[in-house]
Design a protein around this ligand. Structure first.
Ligand code: ADP
Ligand code: MG
Length: 663
């Protein structure tokens, strides 16, 4: 091969240090051929690591060109450089740079993951490599459970998993004792013998002796490039060289890429990112929980408020329904609270009969109210005595527990019969012998012919006593008068209640010659309640939205801190070939997961609130709708995406050099 594998031409690298420019590399020219083992030696601060980072495509030169296999790297974009790092290079660092959350096996798998290798393949290869490096019994150990030498061997396995054509080792023995250091150098020699190109940086001349070629660098300039002939002595002592030759670790990622369909690749990458996020979350439980707290509270309040609103609305609607559906009440006076209404005596039973002739009217009942004592034997109670028409029970939706309602005949004949409700029965008849008994309403004896089932209603509170007689009996035999307290009209189902109301008003106005009455339309009441509760829900949702926003900002805040905290991890991932999109995806998934879990916990909390609420003695229950829960999940996930984006982007844009130099 005429072209060198790595070709550095006139490369300079300088850093800005405040006002000044610090030139670290000065017009470096260097060629490395395939299969060479090169040591770069120089004093601390001479620019070795800077050169190494450029060789490994972690950093770019300010001036000059760097060709890999004849391709100019300065023309490549971030993704192409990431691909080079994955497919050509394997990094070994002085401080190992393993990911503390992952096991030895997990660490070795990372570069293969970014190379889109299937999880089974990945695991198999990583296990083989670790076994070959003598770590078969340490696969599941975390880095902090391994010695320095073992950690460095894990990082060698990581460098090899994608093939590792070129191994870049920056002070690989710097943190090791001399025995482990020597073993590491022998291992590198084995790899060299195996066909890997090895570039090694050291300040230690003894370590440099293991290489075939030693390049000396001083103050950013190459001052020596010598062949090392003593090296054979070490080669002969290579322990496991033959083993490695028998099983060369040469699977190239491209083949894996061809095997796996695009669909599966994406899934497995998302799955891996999810797994990483879960590991990260479970390793920082308290922090994760605190991050979630804002979302939990936000979602819990949204869901409970909506459930509370739905519950109260449902109970109000049930009450309205019990007032009778599609009913219009007609009362004397000019409106509710008209004090003179008691003296207006123009509403007659005949009006009720006239209203019955209207085509859109289903049924009509007049009501005459009287406040008289209700007595039976020695018991006396006060309750509401109402004279009503036969349609009354149908209009108000009453049903019978025992006996019967009075018929039209009873109304015409002013019969002294009564229907009582369950409360009255309990108050007067301890022995339950109500039916057929005679009770006294004031001085009027009436026979009980029916007892109603209890119903819920806003207009009658639950401990009220009700006695109903034919209205003719009340007006004729108790009051001796012929006006009624009010008339209730039930309108046909398919008629607009407003239209019906107008019809009723014009008929009565015609009969009375003046408007001495007013109407109450339950439909209108229902509509106005619906409108009010919709407004309330909107208002409270706005507050809940703000609390979610605050929660989201909390998530973003902690994620931003977490990115700073995990700079080193991000640097390592980028060095082993993660694309910007991979890093971005990982952090986004983490944010979404945190918010999603927060949402789930929030919904759980809302249900818990509902249980407590049901014990609080309120007369209605919280009603949870599927839509509000799905909306809550969607909302929390969206918050994760929105507020996770900025931290994720920051993470993806980190400069790997800065990131790796952090501890
Ligand atoms: P070596 O690895 O040979 O010890 P380095 O290549 O790490 O040396 O650093 C060479 C010089 O460049 C040092 O003086 C160091 O302070 C400087 N340097 C390295 N990286 C940066 C950076 N990111 N920003 C500013 N100065 C840097
Ligand atoms: Mg260095």
């Amino acid at each position: 091969m005429t072209e060198a594998l790595l070709n550095v031409v006139g490369v300079s690298r300088s850093f800005s240090a405040g006002e000044d420019e610090l030139t670290v590399l000065k017009e470096i020219n260097l060629q490395v051929n395939r299969g060479e083992m090169v040591a770069i030696i120089g004093a601390s601060g001479s620019g070795k690591s800077t050169l190494m980072n450029i060789l490994g495509c972690l950093d770019k030169p300010n001036k000059g060109h760097y060709f890999i296999n004849g391709q100019d790297t300065s023309a490549m974009d971030e993704n192409e450089l990431a691909a080079l790092r994955r497919e050509y290079f394997g990094f070994i660092f002085q401080r190992y740079h393993l990911l503390g959350d992952l096991t030895a096996l997990g660490n070795v798998e990372v570069p293969a993951l970014y190379a889109n290798e299937g999880s089974h393949e990945r695991q198999k290869k990583a296990t083989q490599l670790l076994t070959r490096l003598g770590l078969s019994d340490r696969l599941e150990h975390k880095p902090n459970q391994l010695s320095g030498g073992q950690q460095q061997r894990v990082s060698v396995a990581r460098a090899l998993i994608n093939g590792g054509d070129v191994i870049l080792a920056d002070e690989p023995t710097g943190a090791l004792d001399s025995t482990s250091g020597e073993e590491m150098m022998k291992l590198l020699r084995e790899l060299h013998r195996d066909g890997h190109t090895i570039i090694l940086v050291t300040h230690d001349p003894h370590i440099a002796e293991f290489a075939d070629r030693v390049i000396e660098i001083k103050d950013g300039e190459i001052i020596g490039d010598t062949r090392n002939d003593n090296v054979n002595a070490y080669q002969s002592s290579d322990r496991a060289a033959t083993e490695l030759v028998d099983n060369p670790p040469q699977t190239h990622p491209q083949t894996a890429k061809q095997q796996t369909t695009k669909y599966r690749i994406n899934w497995s990458r998302y799955l891996e990112a999810l797994k990483m996020a879960l590991i990260g979350m479970s390793n920082n439980r308290l922090r994760t929980f605190l991050t979630m707290l804002g979302i939990i509270i936000g979602i819990a309040s949204v869901v409970s408020v909506v459930a509370l609103g739905a519950g109260s609305q449902q109970s109000i609607m049930a009450n309205i329904a019990s007032m009778g559906t599609n009913t219009i009440e007609i009362k004397p006076g000019t409106g509710r609270g008209d004090r003179r209404s008691g003296r207006i005596r123009t509403l007659m039973a005949a009006d009720a009969d006239a209203l019955k002739t209207l085509s859109f009217v289903d049924s009509v009942t007049p009501t005459v109210r009287a406040n008289v004592a209700i007595r039976y034997a020695s018991e006396a109670v006060t309750g509401s005595v109402q004279g009503v028409g036969t349609d009354y029970f149908r209009v108000r939706g009453y049903s019978l527990a025992q006996g019967q309602f009075f018929a039209e005949d009873s109304v015409v004949a002013m019969e002294q019969v009564a229907v009582i409700d369950e409360n009255t029965e309990q108050a007067l008849f301890a022995e339950g012998n109500a039916l057929g008994s005679v009770i006294f309403l004031g001085h009027l004896p009436v026979r009980v012919i029916g007892v109603t089932e209890p119903i819920e209603s806003v207009s009658s509170n639950s401990d009220e006593l009700n006695v109903w007689l034919p209205y003719t009996t009340v007006s004729g035999r108790i009051f001796r008068q012929n006006y009624v307290s009010d008339i209730t009209v039930r309108v046909d189902e398919n008629v607009e209640s407003e239209v019906a109301e107008q019809g009723i008003i014009s008929l009565l106005t015609m009969r009375h010659g003046t408007v001495d009455f007013f109407t109450i339309n339950t439909d209108t009441i229902r509509k106005s309640i619906e409108k009010t509760s919709a407004t309330m829900t909107m208002l409270i949702s706005a507050i809940a939205f703000i609390s979610l926003l605050v929660g989201g900002i909390g998530v973003m805040n902690i994620m931003l801190v977490s990115v700073t905290e995990r700079t080193r991890e991000i640097g390592i991932r980028i060095a082993v070939g993660a694309r910007q999109t991979d890093i971005m995806r990982q952090f986004l998934i983490e944010a979404v997961l945190v918010c999603f879990c927060g949402g789930a916990l929030g919904i759980g909390l809302a249900y818990f609130v509902g249980v407590i609420f049901s014990y609080s003695g309120s007369d209605f229950q919280m009603v949870y709708s599927g839509t509000s829960i799905i909306a809550a999940f969607a909302c929390s996930t969206l918050i994760g995406v929105l507020f996770g984006y900025l931290p994720a982007r920051n993470a993806a844009r980190l400069n790997p050099i800065d990131a790796l130099s952090r501890d």
